[in-house]
Write a protein of this length. Structure first.
Length: 300
């Protein structure tokens, strides 16, 4: 794990460097070892939105506006998790699953079960703000075979020592946890890869929608909401266009279905011609280059 970790951050940090390290780490997961099923490349990154509530209201996040992204407290069921496990096992999935999405995953009381179940078919990453994390919970995540726990620190560098103490008490390997500095103001884009979340967020130095055209998101990943709805990517906070529902279809049926195919073809050609893509300013070419090459060849 040390190969792709960037723990032990110094007090003086450059947010751009942290973002760069995170992208490079994910490239090793997303762009390598692409597996095929029925002649099609499988995704290598799946995000799960386990619970629709967060204990924070960060200004750069849609959760800051309850009229747009209210806390509904709806949560993913064990039945859905079990079906996802079975679907992924059937196709021999070898990518990663990120527990993050539209809420704080550690607020889901079944987080240990979810991690343990999905770790049997995939590498599982838990992405958290760390507010409810303690040494006992961290040890449970490690014992449940999570591959990583990524902690986004929003308050300040003093949090580094807090989480290092939790790591030490839990006795998990240091490189099991990645600490990410996210405590910056709008002059440094809050320390994140700032986007408008498909026209939902206007704060900060937002790029115009026309800056980026080509997008690789639907060539290598998708997001599953608490109720099983599958979305193109985690940018679509308004949940405007579901590709299908995994409780009604299998994951592979949705992946190769008409809706996903239409958006994938359009975005590979730089056509952000339908919502939510037409409202999006995210750079969708940072990851998935190898996937995109394969899909372009298949679509010729």
């Amino acid at each position: 794990m040390k190969k792709i970790g960037h723990n032990k951050p110094p007090i003086s940090l450059d947010p751009k460097e942290t973002i760069k390290k995170n992208i490079n780490r994910r490239k090793l997961i997303v762009d390598d070892g692409i597996k095929h099923y029925d002649g099609l490349p499988l995704p290598t990154w799946i995000e799960l939105s386990l619970i629709d509530v967060c204990n924070r209201t960060c200004s750069f996040c849609p959760k800051a506006d309850e009229s747009i992204a209210p806390d509904t407290y709806m949560k993913m069921s064990r039945k859905l998790i079990d079906k996802l496990h079975n679907d992924l096992k059937k196709i021999g999935y070898n990518g990663s699953i990120a527990l993050c999405g539209y809420g704080e995953p550690l607020l889901h009381k079944d987080i240990e079960y979810i991690t343990q179940k999905l770790s049997k078919v995939s590498n599982v990453e838990v992405v958290t703000n760390g507010d409810v994390l303690n040494s006992k919970m961290l040890k449970k995540l490690y014992d449940a075979k999570a591959g990583r726990c990524l902690i986004s620190m929003y308050d300040g560098p003093e949090q580094i020592e807090k989480f290092k103490k939790i790591i030490k008490i839990s006795k998990v390997p240091e490189d099991f946890v990645i600490l990410r500095d996210r405590w910056y103001d709008d002059s440094q884009n809050f320390g994140v890869k700032l986007t408008n979340r498909t026209g939902t967020v206007k704060i900060g130095n937002q790029l115009d929608n026309s800056v980026h055209g080509i997008c690789y998101y639907p060539t290598y990943q998708f997001l599953i909401d608490w109720n099983g709805d599958v979305f193109l990517c985690p940018q679509d906070w308004q949940r405007r266009r579901a590709m299908g529902n995994m409780m009604q279809e299998s994951i592979i049926e949705i992946w190769k279905g008409n809706s996903m195919t239409k958006f994938r073809k359009n975005l590979l050609n730089g056509k952000r011609c339908e919502k939510p893509c037409s409202d999006c300013n995210a750079d969708g070419t940072l990851l998935g280059q190898n996937h995109a090459k394969i899909w372009r060849h298949l679509y010729k």
